[in-house]
Write a protein that binds this ligand. Structure first.
Ligand code: SAM
Length: 358
């Protein structure tokens, strides 16, 4: 932790929406990885006038103000007693004062707009219960990242999952209502799928997505954009040994198997082998079936069994949890012991509160 480090106030906290969480991430993840030279340069820069001086901030703002007059040229020291010169000096002074007032007004307006936007963003994020939660095991601390912030992060005592068991029909309606992502626009989401996601999706994943589409629970399947985020995370932690809870027809499983290196393995657990078998022919066709150890079971007893073998502790690089939400806390405790230090757990869709009649 950076002792006495100046609190960094970010111009935009981005998705975190919490200054404390941002500071926590800086102190536990960012500063420890920052090379000494960058650290030194950051400290040296922190005291530079162009960063901290309100005068220079005013200057740069005023140069952006369309109405503000350019700074007047320095007064020519002709005759200090000349009335024309005094008049000009007064005029210049009042122009400068007007410019300063314009700048102040503009600054206030920008601040008010930013505040209103951030309040709107926060409100809309709070209203949604959909988020992806990433947890990384560290030496002593657990790092928690929210892609979409909750009202109160787990790190501050919040509870990530409240689930009510719903009928399949009710659940389907809820899922249909959930926003696809932070974009808040179906058209933009489709545009991104078509221009960025589908062109990068492997032909096997595409086939599996099409085969799954006609299944009554097709909405269970991991969305292709989420899949590509997962692939990035798998590569980022250089995942070799992974575990997946909740397989369904196998979209996330196939994606993981296609992403991890040749000889590496995935333990995949699901209570339902039937749905896994829908995707199995495509998994075989993709040539990665050998990487998968599918276990038909409730996930919890399998995790307990794995933990009984000391060698499994701290041996997994990555876990994807996409099974029954009521057990997420139970999975979390066990996965933290199975993961390597630096390993990553991705929880898909951890709705804060689901009401069957919402
Ligand atoms: C949302 S789907 C998984 C989707 C999958 N990741 C994909 O990409 O298609 C949830 C799966 O969890 C399984 N499941 C539910 N409860 C479970 C439990 N207690 N243990 C293991 N699997 C469970 C269900 O059978 C279902 O296939």
């Amino acid at each position: 932790m950076e002792q006495n480090a100046k609190k960094v106030t970010s111009p935009s906290k981005g998705l975190l929406q919490s200054e404390d969480l941002y500071q926590h991430i800086l102190e536990t993840s960012v500063y420890p990885r920052e090379p000494d030279f960058l650290k030194e340069l950051r400290h040296v820069t922190a005291s530079h006038p162009s960063r901290s001086s309100p005068t220079s901030a005013t200057k740069s703002l005023s140069s952006l103000t369309p109405n503000s007059s350019p700074p007047p040229p320095p007064a020519t020291p002709r005759s200090s007693t000349s009335s024309t010169s005094t008049k000009r000096v007064r005029q210049e002074k009042s122009e400068r004062e007007r410019g300063r007032q314009n700048t102040q007004l503009l600054k206030k307006e920008i601040l008010a707009q930013r505040r209103a936007q951030s309040e709107r963003d926060e409100r809309s994020q709070r209203e949604r219960g959909d988020e992806i939660l990433l947890t990384q095991r560290r030496e002593k601390k657990i790092r928690i990242f929210y892609f979409v912030a909750q009202e109160k992060p787990v790190a501050e005592g919040g509870t990530p999952i409240h689930t009510t068991i719903c009928s399949q029909e009710a659940m389907k309606k809820i899922v249909e209502k959930l926003p696809h992502n932070i974009l808040q626009s179906e058209d933009l989401y489709q545009y991104i799928l078509e221009t960025s996601v589908y062109p990068r999706e492997s032909e096997f994943l595409k086939e599996l997505r099409h085969v799954t589409a006609s299944h009554p629970k097709a909405f269970y399947s991991t969305a292709p954009d989420v899949g590509q985020l997962m692939a990035m995370l798998l590569k980022l932690v250089n995942a070799k040994r992974t575990i997946e809870l909740g397989v369904y027809t196998g979209y996330s499983l196939l994606l993981t198997a296609l992403t991890i290196p040749e000889d590496d393995k995935i333990i995949a657990i699901d209570v339902n082998r039937e749905t896994f078998e829908i995707g199995l022919p495509i998994i075989k066709k993709a040539g990665i079936a050998d990487k998968i150890d599918f276990i038909e079971s409730e996930a919890l007893p399998v995790l307990d069994q794995l933990l009984q073998n000391h060698e499994n502790k701290g041996s997994f690089d990555f876990a994807f949890v996409d099974a029954d939400k009521v057990n997420y806390w139970n999975y979390h405790e066990r996965l933290m012991n199975l993961l390597k230090v630096g390993g990553l757990v991705v929880y898909d869709n951890t709705p804060k509160r689901i009401s069957c009649d919402s």
